[in-house]
Write a protein that binds this ligand. Structure first.
Ligand code: 13P
Ligand code: SF4
Length: 303
């Protein structure tokens, strides 16, 4: 089947089945032709908590689909390709999060949504890359634990010098592939370009940025400013979409290594099969779901 045929079939089927398709902006760009919403983790979580659809097809990675299921237990949540995991989320399991908390008794834990439901169930509040600083600040405390991304933790620490942030040593292998030297070389080639960096990158890369933000925040910055060139240090999918949406501006991926292979598993074929055969359904054990829900909802309700 051609992509156009697949797109037509998926769009017809999703109406028939009262399904919604949510896609993260790191997905292959052709997914946008069937997606009802494309965005970052925060936007997608908010949408998953509000939709009236009976089925949520989550074109993203496992923890995102799991978050949707936690928020919408009565809906069927489907992950089109079951290989779509997240290396960072897999870096901390239940035993490790408990050990981390035991080392710092009485200190609340802020948990990046890039984590499993079991880990979220152990934390006090969740955050995404878009709101990590606000979430930590909102607690009004002098000391917090942060897991699993130590680089997002460092970025928050830099912005909140009066709070001690103790980070778990997790990281995103994709964002760590970019090294400062590549940015410096890019800046020599494109001297007027603005440098936009995701906070999952190493602090030495973050230091070189003109703007640091989540995927959607980076895209909004590009939309609302009028520079000719932008060097983008986050996953390639963001650059693909920016090039398509703003052809008059120039977007340069900071390194060809910035591809999250986990995110690229989902294809249009997988989405069609997902709708046809209800695959692959994501479930969360009720006791864990309830606990994880508290920390996600606390984040969503934050202004
Ligand atoms: P956002 O929070 O920017 O959507 O990023 C999610 C992610 O997995 C980044 O690697
Ligand atoms: Fe996980 Fe990194 Fe891929 Fe994001 S880019 S889904 S954090 S592996």
């Amino acid at each position: 089947m051609t992509n156009n045929e697949l797109i037509e079939k998926i769009n017809k089927l999703k109406k028939e089945k009262n399904a919604i398709i949510l896609a993260h902006c790191y997905q292959n760009p052709e997914i946008d032709f069937v997606a009802d919403y494309v965005g970052d983790s925060l936007g997608l979580s908010r949408l998953a908590s509000k939709t009236d659809a009976e089925i949520i097809v989550f074109a993203g990675v496992y923890f995102m689909a799991e978050t949707a299921k936690i928020l919408s237990p009565d809906k069927k949540v489907l992950l089109p390709n079951k290989n779509s995991g997240c290396n960072m989320a897999d870096m901390i399991n239940l035993a490790q999060v408990k050990e981390f908390k035991e080392k710092h008794p009485g200190t609340p834990l802020v948990c990046y949504v890039n984590s499993t439901a079991e880990v979220k169930a152990q934390c006090d509040i969740c955050c995404t890359s878009a709101n990590a600083i606000n979430v930590i600040k909102s607690l009004g405390l002098k000391k917090v634990l942060f897991a699993p991304d130590c680089y997002l933790g460092s970025w928050a620490q830099k912005n909140l010098p009066d709070i001690e942030i103790i980070s778990y040593p997790g990281y995103c292998p994709t964002h760590l592939r970019i090294i400062p030297d590549e940015i410096v070389k890019m800046k020599i080639m494109y001297k007027d370009a603005k440098i936009l960096v995701h906070p999952e990158c190493h602090q030495e890369v973050v230091k070189l940025a003109d703007f640091v933000g989540s995927t959607t925040q980076i895209m909004q910055y590009c939309e609302s400013t009028n520079f000719k060139q932008y060097i983008i240090a986050t996953e390639k999918g963001v650059v693909d979409r920016l090039k398509r949406d703003f052809p008059e501006k120039e977007f340069i991926l900071a390194s060809p290594k910035l591809v999250c292979h986990n995110m690229k598993w989902n294809t249009l074929d997988d989405i069609l099969n997902s709708l046809l055969y209800d695959q692959h359904e994501v479930t969360v054990e009720e006791e864990i779901r309830q606990k994880a829900l508290n920390s996600i909802q606390r984040m969503i309700e934050l202004k």
